[in-house]
Design a protein around this ligand. Structure first.
Ligand SMILES: [Zn+2]
Length: 266
């Protein structure tokens, strides 16, 4: 039941994230009902059910028959699956510290998904989303320290791990941005790396870097080979950072020992 609850919540949030991306692109506020981007018809509630409506409507607008982008159901389904996975994994005993961790992780999933989709479409990361992410990380750092008593034998305190991981990641990415003169990535990516580094914490930072750069290089290389992108064209980096962050968090949550085998191959 818990898994299903988180899945449905993710579908609904995913539907909202699609709206956020479109409204930031068109400089609109979040208020007001959704309209068809082609004919402007208001979308009725029964045509706005996540994933389901897309297929019932035959992937077309009910009124003007313009085709609906596959991005909508894809983002909804992805958010639903990620919410179900992380939500049920981190639920634990349902103690306040667990619930704070879930709230932060679900916030992070929503934020990273929005940033990744926006960056893939526009090759930039909206400042408002970065500010939200940094604010969320600071709030969670305080909340987790207050809720979970910490003993020094555990290693780095959560907020220290977040601060150190986030600071180091943002610093390294800033150097990459500076020395590549913004040809590899932009300052938005450096801020996002700071949020990602804070999310995974200090020792897992290495895995975050390995995963984001290797998947970025693989997909970028594949796009060039297929002729879809030239040698000089930029490839948005946020989707790879988002993927690497959530993959690192999943590995941490599932089996931290495996993480250290990857980090320190014997
Ligand atoms: Zn329409």
């Amino acid at each position: 039941m818990l898994v299903l609850g988180f899945f449905v919540l993710g579908l609904i949030i995913g539907s909202f994230l699609n709206v956020v991306v479109l409204r930031i692109e068109s400089d609109e506020t979040l208020g007001g009902r959704s309209k068809c981007p082609s004919c402007g018809a208001l979308i009725r509630w029964f045509d706005n059910v996540p994933v389901v409506s897309y297929f019932i409507l035959g992937r077309r607008c009910r009124y003007c028959r313009a085709s609906i982008s596959w991005q909508y159901p894809a983002v909804e389904l992805l958010t639903g699956i990620l919410f179900a996975f992380f939500g049920s994994l981190e639920f634990g005993s349902g103690a306040p510290a667990d619930l704070a961790a879930i709230a932060w992780t679900l916030f992070l999933i929503a934020l990273l998904t929005t940033i990744a989709v926006y960056d893939a479409r526009n090759m930039e990361i909206p400042l408002i989303l970065l500010v939200l992410g940094i604010g969320g990380a600071i709030v969670y750092a305080f909340a987790s320290s207050a809720l979970a008593p910490f003993s020094w034998t555990d290693g780095l305190a959560p907020w220290r791990s977040m601060l150190f991981g986030g600071g180091l990641a943002a610093f390294i990415f800033s150097l990459l941005v500076y020395f590549s003169k913004e040809t590899w990535m932009g300052m938005g990516d450096a801020w996002l790396a700071g949020i990602a580094g804070a999310a995974v914490g200090f020792p897992a930072l290495l895995l975050l870097f390995t995963l984001s750069f290797s998947t970025g290089a693989l997909v970028g290389g594949a796009l060039m080979l297929s002729g879809k992108r030239g040698m000089k064209s930029q490839i948005p980096f946020a989707p790879f950072l988002a993927f690497a962050t959530l993959a690192t968090l999943a590995i941490q949550a599932l089996d931290p020992e495996w993480l250290f085998l990857v980090l320190l191959p014997v």
